[in-house]
Design a protein around this ligand. Structure first.
Ligand code: EPU
Length: 416
């Protein structure tokens, strides 16, 4: 398995171009199952999760072809509602095929999804939504089966704010009879992006981006051309890497408001963040000030950047309290950071990080996607050499990570 060797101590400097949002792409590609004709998708990130979703579309019978930087998907010939077991377990977002296939065929069989091991990740709210629309759900032998004679609009109040459940219910409800209302809906930019895509196909969705989404069922969805929004987590990762390395980086092709919670925290830490149109410049000189962080659903501080941010805290001046309120297992990077000298104590969902002057390079593991990003940032700022193993997690969600960092002056190489 590949390893990444990083020589630490080089400040990042220059410009980095952000790709399309992973969590939009992995929802919009399955959503194309609902379309009656060709969907043209632009700005798809070049990552393994997208590759795996494409494979599922092909397995289901969709025609998928590349045309320059666009992906053309025609799902009109899809004739099965069964997703392959091996393909499904490769990523979390395979659960979106339940909503999409149920919406299209009134039937879906999707093996339990895979994805990062970051704690308990139930899908009870997805199921609650499908059942409210009239579907019968059974789970046997690791396969989720959904079936309905007819899907009828309904009112669904989510017990927890869930990105996946909000999108999945939108997918199933688009062509249901009558109106569906999702209350306590997630507000992440991916929800808005997916709703915009579905509306471009002919759906009638209002309120995406607020906590109440109304979906009036329509009889038919056509095709469309859609450009995926920029990846706020990729952008946030480079912002944090720039700050941690005491660098000066222009993060380009972003929607700065999607990053407000990160920019605000950075400013609180004494890091300069300058917004200019669709880019943000991050300039850092000395050690940042330690600040407290609590992860929250959007627009709060995202759980997906908690791990990279912990690296910044590990070299900050003072002590930071990091509270992870979304996942109960998202501190796996802490043991790895401790190998590099970080002073962190974890008690349940709280990590107390006592900033030190410097991390020291060590062999570490990318235990999940964002832990991997955290380890890369740690390697960039550590004294000496860091060797990161288990890169498959990073490859699932970061487009051309090494090329982009090398372009900013980092020193690293991947070895088989
Ligand atoms: N939850 C439930 N029941 C459900 C669904 C969720 O209790 O039916 C709980 C979860 O256990 C968690 C919270 O609700 O505590 C939020 O989970 P959510 O459903 O929002 O997460 P998700 O849809 O499975 C997406 C992203 C994650 C990101 C979270 C939170 C995708 C494919 N994944 O996951 O992305 O952390 O939202 O923003 O969109 C990542 O990119 O590294 C990543 C893990």
């Amino acid at each position: 398995m590949d390893k990444l060797i990083i020589e630490g101590g080089h400040a990042l400097d220059g410009e980095v171009y952000i790709g399309g949002a992973k969590n939009s792409a992995v929802a919009i590609l399955p959503a194309s199952i609902l379309a009656g004709s060709t969907c043209t998708i632009k700005n798809l990130p070049n990552i393994k999760d997208v590759y795996n979703i494409r494979n599922i579309l092909v397995q289901l019978g969709a025609e998928v072809k590349e045309d320059g930087d666009r992906l053309l998907i025609n799902s009109s010939k899809v004739d099965t509602y069964r997703v392959d077991f091996e393909l499904s377990k490769k990523l979390r977002a395979s659960y979106y095929f339940i909503g999409a296939l149920l919406g299209r065929f009134r039937k879906a069989e999707v093996p339990f999804p895979g994805g990062c091991d970051i704690g308990v990740r139930p899908i009870d709210q997805h199921i609650k939504g499908f059942e409210a629309l009239g579907a019968k759900i059974t789970i046997e032998h690791g396969i989720i089966r959904a079936e309905a004679d007819e899907l009828r609009g309904s009112s669904i109040f989510l017990d927890v704010v869930s990105v996946g459940a909000t999108i999945n219910i939108m997918l199933a409800a688009c062509m249901a009879k009558g109106t569906t209302v999702i209350e306590n809906a997630a507000k992440e930019p991916y929800i808005v992006d997916t709703a915009n895509f579905l509306n471009a196909l002919g759906a009638n969705i209002k309120g995406a981006g607020t906590d109440e989404i109304k979906i009036k069922g329509v009889d038919f969805l056509g095709g469309c051309e859609h450009c995926i929004i920029p990846d706020q987590m990729e952008a946030g990762t480079y912002m944090i890497a720039a700050a941690a390395s005491k660098g000066d980086v222009l993060v380009k092709n972003i929607i700065p408001t999607h990053l407000d919670s990160i920019s605000a925290k950075m400013k609180e830490m004494g890091i300069k963040v300058v917004e200019n149109g669709d880019s943000l410049r991050v300039i850092a000189n000395g050690r940042p000030k330690a600040v407290n962080i609590k992860t929250m659903p959007y627009p709060g501080f995202p759980t997906d950047l908690q791990q990279p941010m912990s690296v910044l805290m590990s070299i900050a001046e003072g002590t930071a309290i990091v509270t992870e309120s979304i996942y109960d297992g998202r501190f796996k990077h802490v043991d790895e950071l401790k190998r590099m000298g970080a002073k962190i104590n974890v008690e349940g969902r709280i990590a107390v990080i006592e900033g030190i002057k410097k991390l020291s390079g060590a062999p570490v593991c990318a235990t999940d996607l964002r832990a991997g990003a955290a380890m890369v940032i740690a390697g960039l700022i550590a004294e000496g050499e860091t060797v990161i193993s288990d890169l498959k997690h990073i490859d699932r969600g970061y487009e051309d990570l090494e090329e982009k960092l090398l372009g900013l002056g980092a020193k690293m190489k991947r070895i088989p």
